[in-house]
Design a protein around this ligand. Structure first.
Ligand code: SAH
Ligand code: MG
Length: 198
């Protein structure tokens, strides 16, 4: 991977106010992944490809990332960025709405990164669990949404997102209670949920 290009991609994304993964969140994910072998990664929410390029470093030699993005302009920019970063052969961008794309996928993924519309997190979790390999791990970003999710805050234009994130966290807790999964919700960045099999 070309780190000089990656730094430029990050700088431009921040200037353009694209909500790319925060450094501290990326560090936590990197640490968690030390004990995993990653052949296939699924990302929901590519934006301009920054996180996918970062994750490509965690892949096995012949590993691949499928990443979904619905905004055409972002897909185009992401395609240019993965070429510049010299990881184009590792990252497959799927253009379209994840709500429609996910049900058509049937592969198993060692890692799923959920980082798209917050109102859809319960659906994304359901699909991520269906697509997860036996020893896979799921990360979901922005699950605490600037603190709104755990406060009594409910008068806001984003209340549907907040309600659905609360539903998502409830489902994550139930996975833990049923002893099927190990789950954690960390206050790092904008809130990071981690779900892995026991
Ligand atoms: N993972 C990226 C940031 C993603 S920002 C990074 O860290 O670098 C969230 C992206 O998800 C936005 O570009 C938005 O257009 C896209 N998105 C939101 N809802 C979506 C959906 N339902 N299907 C596909 N893409 C979606
Ligand atoms: Mg995010």
């Amino acid at each position: 991977m070309n780190k000089v290009e990656l730094a430029k991609i990050k700088e431009k994304a921040l200037q353009d106010h694209i909500p790319i993964i925060m450094d501290e969140t990326l560090e936590v994910i990197e640490k968690e992944l030390e004990r995993f072998k990653l052949n296939k990664i699924l990302e929901i929410g590519t934006a301009v490809g920054y996180s996918a390029i970062c994750f490509s470093e965690f892949l096995n030699a012949d590993g691949r990332i499928d990443t979904i993005e619905r905004e055409k302009d972002r897909v185009e920019e992401a395609r240019e960025n993965i070429k510049k970063a010299e990881v184009g052969d590792k990252i497959n961008i799927i253009e379209g709405d994840a709500v429609e794309i996910l049900p058509t996928l049937n592969e198993k993924y060692d890692m799923v990164f959920i980082d798209a519309s917050k109102g859809k997190y319960p659906f994304f979790l359901k699909e991520a669990l269906r697509l997860l390999a036996p020893n896979g791990i799921i990360f979901a970003d922005n699950v605490l949404y600037k603190g709104y999710v755990l406060s009594d805050y409910n008068k806001h234009k984003q209340r549907t997102a907040v309600r659905n994130l609360r539903e998502f966290l409830k489902e994550v807790n139930e996975l833990q209670e049923n002893k099927q999964f190990n789950t954690k919700v960390l206050e790092v960045g904008d809130g990071l949920a981690i779900v892995s099999r026991m």
